[in-house]
Ligand binder design. Structure first.
Ligand code: DOR
Ligand code: ZN
Length: 333
């Protein structure tokens, strides 16, 4: 096959920032995708009804004439009660929970993810039918952070059986086992965790543009994630975690975590499914699973790619992308 059309591709985990950066990066998502779940870890984080509305407005302005539905989120606070959540339910798709300090702009996150601290809010979300999106890492040793968080996922899944819980950007093969163990657990997977390993990040030269949280892991983890998504697993959605930072900030002595993958996402995902002879499961991963899990009904947008070499630029809008300077085998038509 040398052409493929994806029906209504969705990016269910996306950072587009604010201000000038938002204006610079939005088109790389709004052209190829029909919609995306916008993360709330701006500075300051999105944490009120007014902030959701005004942030959405700035995003819509940056989208301009493209057809792209920004699905909004709010930054989890233990102070959110039933009344507050009820008043914003129609504006958001998820509440995003960050343990404090685990990643970029997560300082206002929760100090400990235990039932004393988050139980009441989660119980209200469960009653209202608002899904919980989680950055599931501890502040432990870099390579073990996601694995150390697994008991917390289990605790939450058991304590709130009607709450949909999305394990974001899963990166460790040990996390995969939980998906089939609890009905209410779901996952997103990024393109970079499907293609990049720790050896790529620092096995040769140090590649700061491949630095992200959760950190990329071993080839065994990457292969397990590939098998999971290539199988078309119904609880797994595509969520890029595309997270732009200015080049100077990534290349400094105190480099920020985040990989800007938006310009290469569909090309990279199609290449992966094509190389593995699994194109029949591409539509489920890029759209259908998310629609079913989140009960979405997005406006149809057909996006076609063709098998034609695409050389990734060194920089887009002042940000160095994933696969900068490399050649991919699929292009957007
Ligand atoms: O690497 C990351 N960057 N991981 C995250 O969870 C957040 C993101 C960002 O906002 O830069
Ligand atoms: Zn993220």
């Amino acid at each position: 096959m040398d052409k493929i059309t994806i029906n209504t591709p969705l990016d269910m985990h996306l950072h587009v920032r604010d201000g000038e950066m938002l204006k610079n990066v939005m088109e790389y998502s709004s052209k190829p995708f029909a919609g995306g779940l916008i993360m709330p870890n701006t500075l300051p984080p999105i944490s009120s009804r007014e902030e959701i509305l005004s942030y959405r407005k700035r995003i819509v302005e940056a989208i301009g004439d493209e057809q792209f539905e920004p699905l909004m989120s709010i930054f989890f606070k233990s102070s959110y009660d039933y009344e507050l959540l009820e008043s914003i339910k129609d504006l958001i798709l998820v509440v995003k929970l960050y343990p404090s300090g685990v990643t970029t702009n997560s300082e206002g996150g929760v100090l400990s993810v235990d039932l004393d601290e988050v139980g009441e809010t989660l119980s209200a979300m469960e009653k209202l039918g608002i899904p919980l999106s989680i950055h599931g890492e501890t502040n432990g040793s870099t390579f073990e952070r996601e694995a150390e968080f697994l008991p917390t996922y289990e605790l939450l899944a058991k304590s709130f059986p009607k709450l949909k819980i999305i394990m974001e950007h899963i990166s460790d093969r040990r996390t995969i086992e939980l998906l089939d163990k609890y009905e209410n657990l779901y996952a997103t997977v990024t393109l970079h965790h499907l293609t990049v390993t720790l050896d790529d990040l620092l096995g040769g030269a140090l590649k700061p543009h491949l630095f992200c949280k959760p950190i990329v892991k071993t080839s065994e983890d990457r292969d397990a994630l590939q098998n999971l998504v290539l199988s078309g697993h119904k609880k797994v959605m595509f969520g890029s975690d595309s997270a732009p930072h200015p080049q100077e900030q990534k290349e400094s002595g105190n480099g920020s975590a985040g990989i800007f993958s938006a310009p290469v996402l569909l090309q990279g995902v199609v290449e992966l499914f094509d190389k593995n002879g699994k194109l029949e499961n591409l539509q489920a991963f890029l759209s259908d699973n998310a629609r079913r899990i989140y009960e979405l009904n997005p406006k149809e947008k057909l996006v076609t790619l063709e098998k034609r070499n695409f050389t990734v630029a060194d920089s887009y809008g002042g940000v160095v992308p994933l696969f900068a300077g490399e050649k991919l085998s699929w292009s957007l038509s």
